[in-house]
Design a protein around this ligand. Sequence first.
Ligand SMILES: [Zn+2]
Length: 96
Amino acid sequence: MEQIETEIQKTKQMLEELEKQKLATTNELDSDLLLEEIVNLESNLQNLEEIRNNLLQWNEYVKQCEHDFVLDLIDIDPDRSKVIKYCKHCLFTKDD
Ligand SMILES: [Zn+2]
């Protein structure tokens, strides 16, 4: 979650920087290239924000879930496996 916030902030800063550069340039080719980068970054930003919103919604869902834990065996490596407990509704895992 924090990682995605950092990524969003970084993208916003890069966008600001590019927009400044675009305003400062008088060269049409540079301006077109910058515009292209800006459009790409804007769509990245939208994707990131969408992911963040989905994560937030999911977190809310997990909080409200009346967990119903089931046990499962997962393989750690070919020789060892581990029992995990997870909720069958929201997939929240519990370590104990
Ligand atoms: Zn649950």
